[in-house]
Design a protein around this ligand. Structure first.
Ligand code: GAF
Length: 457
């Protein structure tokens, strides 16, 4: 596979270089690879803290085929439902989280984004019950909540998980899709707070459950917009449309190029077994995240207004240059990110179609720089992981790397040569841990398909 030369713009400090030069020793207790370890490694966690597995010592790894991961979640939510409610669930639905390959902070500027659904899901197991209540049990918080299906109200605690469900139920009722009373177990493998759309996965799973229960189907764009509205109105998060569209519409082995203005979707094949998507969770979430997200939206809207436009999608770099005096410095930088990122996303989609991986890597790197310097949504931990990935670079198997999602913590996404995946993942994890004292999680995923009904009554 051809790779571009190493990027000299980012020279990591000496400590990082020396760590990388020393390399990483990963010990396994038994010296064997797991039985089901596939050569392509479609789905793997390296995690020295959270997932304890026999057979590994310093960095533990687990992998399994996609269907097995979803099947495991379906089986465990089914068992939980049976334990709690004494019968088998009648309906089972699943909706995935997502990772955005490029096109960050672009959905609310009407531009192009390029996410894929990941093999991590929110599963809901449900069964009908007399009355007008939805009784929801969250495996993550070990908590049971009752919501009226006739008039779903917000939970008193802002950010509570049940608000995503309540918001979607309210949206369905407004469309005359009212389920009868039900009991449900909600279990998710999408990491919470990692910027991988755990909330969109709950919303889309809820809408899919209502479809299964009522026998109606909601048109996919409508469904995504209904879920986005739930997030705005019930969770108070002014998100764009990317996450819900991805969770509803993504296809297996494809990225989704979404024009956020026309809402046109193009599915771009992404099945090269030589390239693996690696997602690393910094396990930090800086408090700024929510306020700064709205501030970015406002700054972009203000910049567009001052340029006499409805959205920055309509601006050009020439216009930005010639009318610079109309914007303040911050607005100019925000607009520069948006314009550059829209072109980078379209170019990345074309480069992926052409398997021009060096070009894809350049575009991902430039995206991160722009998010860090012009959009100012990165943070020390994300920059560290990206710098470490760049230090490994194409010679070591890293095609490109950038922060992904809203920023101020969460995850990076990198494209890595599959053959060098283990070495890259282990190095990044070790160096990040050495620098921050935080144990990162490393997840790989093939592009997954969007929401589905697993069992329909
Ligand atoms: C968050 C939002 F929910 C998305 O709509 C998007 O704006 C993203 O941040 C940044 O690209 O995930």
């Amino acid at each position: 596979m051809p790779f571009r030369g190493q990027d000299a713009r980012h020279l990591p400090h000496r400590a990082l270089r020396s760590i990388l030069c020393r390399g990483v020793e990963v010990k396994r207790n038994d010296g064997n690879r797991p039985d089901r370890y596939p050569s392509r490694a479609p789905c793997m966690w390296y995690n020295a803290g959270a997932i304890a597995r026999p057979g590994f010592s310093s960095i533990r790894s687990e992998c399994s085929m996609t269907t097995t991961l979803l099947d495991q979640l379906v089986a465990s939510s089914t068992n939980r439902f049976q334990e709690l409610y004494g019968r088998k669930p009648r309906w089972l639905v699943a909706a995935p989280g997502r990772v955005n390959i490029i096109g960050e902070h672009i959905d609310y500027n009407d531009g192009f984004v390029l996410p894929m659904a990941i093999e991590r899901y929110c599963v809901i197991a449900a069964g009908e019950t007399p009355g007008n209540d939805a009784t929801l049990f969250s495996v993550a918080t070990d908590e049971e909540i009752n919501i009226s299906v006739a008039a779903p109200s917000r939970h008193a605690t802002p950010g509570h998980w049940s608000n995503y469900v309540a918001g979607v139920l309210a949206g369905c009722i407004a469309r005359k899709l009212r389920p009868a009373g039900f009991q449900a177990v909600i279990e998710s493998s999408v990491p919470v707070g990692g910027g991988l759309s755990s909330s969109a996965a709950i919303e889309v799973a809820t809408a899919t459950l209502v479809e299964a229960m009522t026998g109606a189907s909601i048109e996919p764009v409508e469904k995504a917009l209904l879920c986005q509205r739930a997030e705005h109105e019930y969770a108070g998060v002014p998100c764009g449309i990317m996450d819900q569209f991805a969770s509803v519409m993504c296809r297996a082995d494809h990225l989704m190029l979404l024009d956020c203005r026309s809402r046109h979707v193009e599915h771009i094949p992404f099945g090269d077994p030589g390239v693996t998507v690696v997602i690393i969770n910094t396990h930090v979430k800086h408090e700024l995240a929510n306020g700064e997200y709205s501030r970015r939206r406002d700054q972009c809207q203000s910049a567009a207004r001052k340029l006499g436009l409805n959205s920055l999608r309509d601006a050009t770099l020439d216009q930005l240059e010639s009318q610079r005096n109309k914007l303040d410095l911050v607005e100019t930088r925000r607009a520069r990110h948006v314009l550059g990122e829209i072109s980078r996303t379209v170019a990345a989609a074309a480069a992926i179609k052409a398997s021009d991986w060096p070009r894809v890597g350049e575009l991902m790197d430039a995206s991160h720089d722009s998010l860090r310097d012009d959009y100012e949504v990165s943070c020390r931990e994300l920059d560290l992981l990206v710098d470490l990935a760049r230090e490994i670079g194409p010679p070591g198997g890293v095609i490109g790397s950038r922060m992904t999602g809203g920023g101020f913590g969460g995850c990076t996404v990198s494209l890595v040569e599959t053959e060098k995946l283990d070495e890259v993942a282990q190095r990044l994890a070790k160096c990040y841990r050495d620098e921050t004292d935080i144990e990162p999680s490393v997840l790989t995923s093939r592009p997954a398909r969007g929401a589905r009904v697993v069992r329909a009554g």
